[in-house]
Design a protein around this ligand. Structure first.
Ligand code: ADP
Ligand code: NA
Length: 327
């Protein structure tokens, strides 16, 4: 029986956070054996906002190293860099012509960014969900493991696929979101009403995968909590709830088990334990990343092999689209 396909990616628009790790990469590691997997560094998405060329190149390679260091086996999965597969751009253009302005205007991520950037928002940022649809649909993807923040974009990808299939004939598999239970949305440590993101301004709000133990301890100790003083999984305590989610995603303990374990315990001790759990999780990954980044030839061999496989599959789907459209 053929394995089902998963596709997912992270954009190299900043250094990766604990949110990217717990919400995405850590789950990919769990899924990799059961599924045929494509894990991409989506550099075309990164340039929807201005990037410094040397830094973009460096981060792209670092993310590839993080994937491998986190436990994604490059022999069993297709690891590649999006811009190495031109079909993504071409399919995105075609799909743009099957997507409505109204649909894209309703995307909450776009609306948030438009509020911040006003008229100077790039057309690429407006169109980005269509490129994401192309990424997913090109590989006959069954499941897309993403955080909750991407759910709306995935629904749009489904709508576009269904529309195209209905207009012509079955062309795309209609993908489904696969949202992790525990780490669906890791929140900002300083403002737990918004998601932890590499694009936020306040560095105390996020933990980077490559942060040192001292920095991790400092950021967790500064994390916003409340005056209730009980380690409880409650919407009234969004800061503590977020720390419980982080600990839960790392240790696999349920929030209830964590509440029980920390009954009568003060926030300082709880935070120290959360920080330690993060450090224990990230330290071996950081060491491996540093090692991998010293072996550029190895990394190059991985992404070249990945691009070959990805190009083959993506071009096949692209040709199918072109024929149906009338090229
Ligand atoms: P960012 O928002 O940090 O720029 P991306 O848009 O590149 O991240 O998203 C890459 C993946 O990481 C997606 O699957 C996304 O859902 C996941 N992700 C990003 N931030 C978080 C978070 N705070 N909690 C859970 N998952 C997240
Ligand atoms: Na796999």
């Amino acid at each position: 029986e053929e394995k089902k396909v998963i596709f997912s990616g992270i954009k190299p628009s900043g250094d990766l956070t604990l949110g990217n790790y717990l919400g995405a990469i850590k789950n990919w590691v769990k899924l990799q054996d059961e599924y045929e997997s494509y894990f991409c560094v989506v550099d075309l998405h990164a340039i929807t906002v201005r990037q410094e060329p040397a830094l973009l190149r460096k981060r792209t390679l670092e993310i590839l190293a993080i994937y491998i260091a986190s436990g994604i086996d490059p022999e069993k999965n297709t690891l590649f860099i999006q811009s190495h597969v031109p079909a993504h751009c071409e399919a995105a253009w075609l799909l743009n012509c099957f997507t409505y302005m109204g649909e894209l205007s309703r995307m909450t991520q776009y609306k948030d960014k438009a509020k911040k950037l006003g008229e100077s928002i790039s057309a690429g940022l407006f169109n980005y969900p269509v490129l994401m649809a192309a990424d997913i649909l090109l590989y006959n993807t069954d499941l897309v493991p993403v955080g909750k923040d991407q759910k709306q974009h995935l629904e749009l990808a489904r709508d576009i696929a269904i529309r195209f299939n209905n207009l012509y004939s079955p062309t795309f598999k209609v993908p489904e979101a696969y949202i992790p239970e525990r780490a669906a949305k890791i929140m900002d440590l300083q403002d737990p009403s918004k998601k932890m993101s590499k694009s936020e301004d306040n560095p105390n709000g996020y933990i980077l995968i490559m942060d040192s133990p001292d920095v991790i301890r400092k950021k967790i100790s500064k994390a916003v909590t409340d005056t209730i003083g009980i380690v409880r999984y409650s919407d009234e305590q969004p800061g503590i709830k977020n720390l419980i989610n982080i600990l839960s995603a790392i240790t696999n303990l349920t929030p209830e088990e964590i509440e029980r374990k920390y009954q009568g315990c003060g926030y300082a001790q709880f935070k120290a334990d959360v920080a330690q759990a993060i450090i224990d999780e990230l330290t071996p990954i950081q060491n491996k990343v540093k090692e991998l980044l010293e072996d550029k030839l190895y990394l190059e061999s991985i992404y070249k092999k990945g691009a070959e496989k990805a190009n083959y599959i993506a071009n096949r789907t692209l040709r199918k689209m072109q024929r149906k459209i009338g090229f």
